[in-house]
Design a protein around this ligand. Structure first.
Ligand code: SER
Length: 323
């Protein structure tokens, strides 16, 4: 039986992952944790954990006899640029604390399986942007991307040197409606839906032709859990897997929204996030994930748009304005 700890449970991915894991493993077997108290998201227990506090982390893992940990606490690309040292410390030391704990527990015969998210931000301006290969030039230019690339190398190092069973995905931008995202460059593709449903013209902070790899949350959750459930012997990558969902740019997304809400309008006001997006891939080659653990995306652009518009909560007044 697995006992699972999700750190960063209040976040965009964490909240939905806790929900999915509680359904799969039973609410009693999932511990939701974050730096401040919040909802349980279907889990039975909630613990306040600062991932930078290694002792507290070890205590909670020991107390609940945790066998799997998802370390999702991080600063994202845009907020990371506002506080680079804080982003580096949280993203790197948070991961190192988990890997060290897994190493120590593994040596004591109490293995701890680890999931850690990497990102398309680990790529950079000299990476081939179209159908970006699994193995290629990686020269990230944001502190977030640099922490992701370094983190990937740490994951592989702890696997090779200490046998830590660590698994990772290079997430594309994740689109979802349940919890708000926090400070990412891809978040325009969520904010745009809220503006559309409020009947507002959306001021897009990326240029209209800026194509980025994205993924709808149900696909992202399925990818994450499939990778964690895959037999270790089938995994050929312990740094981080490319995983593709759907690629589009703001113009294409706006067109798809307009097909459902004909009154919707967008204008373009690129800011500093455009320079970040310009260094990231447009699409990913995820052949290795498909081969190793059977990855297959299910949700395309049209379905995602319709689902987002159906599920985002807006007041009746806002809906009336959008019609
Ligand atoms: N979605 C993230 C961001 O935009 C990338 O991993 O920062």
């Amino acid at each position: 039986m697995e006992r699972i700890l999700v750190i960063g449970a209040n976040g965009q991915i964490g909240s939905e992952l806790v929900e999915a894991l509680a359904i799969q493993h039973g609410a009693a077997n999932v511990v939701a944790a974050d730096i401040s108290p919040a909802s349980l998201y279907g889990a039975q227990v909630y613990e306040v954990i600062d991932v930078l506090n290694a002792q507290r982390l070890a205590d909670v893992v020991g107390q609940y006899q945790i066998t799997q940990v998802y370390q999702l606490a991080a600063l994202l690309s845009a907020t990371g640029e506002q506080a680079p040292l804080k982003a580096w410390t949280l993203n790197m030391d948070g991961l190192l604390n988990i890997l060290e704990l897994a190493r120590i527990r593994g040596a004591a015969g109490q293995p701890l399986k680890v999931f850690w998210p990497s990102s398309i931000a680990a790529f950079g301006p000299n990476t081939p942007a179209v159908n970006t290969p699994q193995y290629t030039v990686m020269d990230p230019s944001t502190i977030y991307g640099i922490s992701k690339l370094a983190g990937e190398r740490l994951c592989e190092y702890y696997f090779q040197k200490y046998g830590v069973d660590v698994r990772s995905i290079r997430y594309p931008g994740i689109i979802s409606y349940k919890s708000p995202p926090g400070g990412g460059t891809t978040d325009y593709a969520i904010a745009i839906f809220h503006a559309a449903l409020r009947g507002e013209c959306y001021p897009c902070f990326l240029e209209e032709e800026t194509t980025l790899p994205m993924i709808y949350m149900p696909d992202a959750i399925r990818a994450t859990i499939s990778l964690m459930d895959a037999p270790a012997a089938e995994l050929s990558i312990r740094s981080s897997y490319n995983v593709a969902g759907v690629s589009f740019n703001p113009r294409e997304l706006a067109t798809a929204i307009k097909q459902n809400l004909p009154g919707f309008d967008i204008h373009y006001a690129p800011d500093s996030r455009q320079a970040i997006a310009a260094t990231w891939p447009q699409s990913l080659d995820d052949a290795q994930a498909r081969k190793d653990w059977g990855w297959q995306p299910e949700v395309g652009l049209q379905q995602m748009v319709q689902d987002m518009l159906k599920n985002i909560q807006v007041t009746p007044k806002e809906l009336h304005k959008a019609a």
